[in-house]
Structures are given as C-alpha cells and as structure tokens.
Design a protein. Sequence first.
Lengths: 116, 113
Amino acid sequence: NAGVTQTPKFRVLKTGQSMTLLCAQDMNHEYMYWYRQDPGMGLRLIHYSVGEGTTAKGEVPDGYNVSRLKKQNFLLGLESAAPSQTSVYFCASSYPTSGRPYNEQFFGPGTRLTVL
Amino acid sequence: GDSVTQMEGPVTLSEEAFLTINCTYTATGYPSLFWYVQYPGEGLQLLLKATKADDKGSNKGFEATYRKETTSFHLEKGSVQVSDSAVYFCALKLKDYGQNFVFGPGTRLSVLP
C-alpha cells in the first residue's frame, strides 16, 4: 500500500495563477482532509470530505475549492493564488468515526507551495 | 472553542536526556487525545493515542497519560536519541463531532549527539 500520496511535492506560482493539488489514498477511507501548515500555527483545516461527491468547509476555506469525484481522490484548487497562500499543504484520510472514536488520520508527505 | 496548547519550542537536548513536552487542552466534550510526530520533509505520523481518562499511550519509548482532572496529555521519553529530532504535535478529536481534529502548534525537538 502506498498510503496517502500527494502531487506535486513542490510548486512556485505567481500571484493570480491557478493550480490543483492532487491527493490519493489506497486504504479505502471514507473521509479525506486538506490542511495547511504555517510556522507557529500548527495545522489548520481547509476543507474536508465525508464521502464521494460530498465536501465541507473547514476552519480556513477562503480562496480554495475542493472536489471528491472519486472515493480515492481529493483535489484542492486555488483559482487565483495569493502570497498569503504560501504554505505547506497536507492531505489526510481516515475511517468514519462511528463506533471508533480513536480513529487516527493518515497523512501524505505534503506539498510546499510558494506564491510570489 | 476547542483548543490545544503546547509548550513553546524549540527544545534542545543532549542524547540520553529526559524529555517532557507539555500539552493541555480545552474541549466542550470528552475528546480522544493524540501525539503526532513530523520528521524533516515528511508528513505527520501517529506516535501514540489515548481515548479515555487515565489511559496511557506508548510507542517507541514515548509515553503520555490522559489526565482529565488537569486536562493534560504530556509527552515523555526517558532517554532521547538523535533520531527523535522532529516536530511533535498534540491533537484532540471529539467523539461526537465528526472527524475533525484540533492540532496544537507543534514543538520542535533537536537532540544533539
């Protein structure tokens, strides 16, 4: 099993450009998440999905869109990149909570994005 | 709101020293508690977890005990190694609030030979 994979690993954008980050998991997890990690702030949830075809906003959703067309994939889009979106982006996945409150999240290796 | 507070880093120790990283939480419900570790250039990995009061999570020589009375989940290791150098994140998950985790800001640990 590859676990959670993310592409690309690194990207540099100019202000106003768009891009899509891809997350894929092969563990048949129902739930998937996108976080951003900034120095001194830990991880902040951008969007998440509880199943194929469904998405929901997290703590910091502005400027991002997501799609979950297939169970194994979760895409994060930036329509018009801004310097404030310079960050490291992590994708994660997990099983549903029901009956298993201790379920952990499994993380991908991250994408380092710089917006100039 | 729900939150996790961790001691400020960075923490620098010599090899074989004793490690404590403090973590306290505020939660409206009864959370499960986790420690994740992030090695340089990698994603987060689960280190240990505890789901109810007085539970002790342990892994790779690390331990943490769920203390409901002090709302704490401090991470300890008796003898650190250079390979333990990483960023450590404390996190909570409320049982009845979907799947969302709340992460602390992380504590960077550097272990010197």
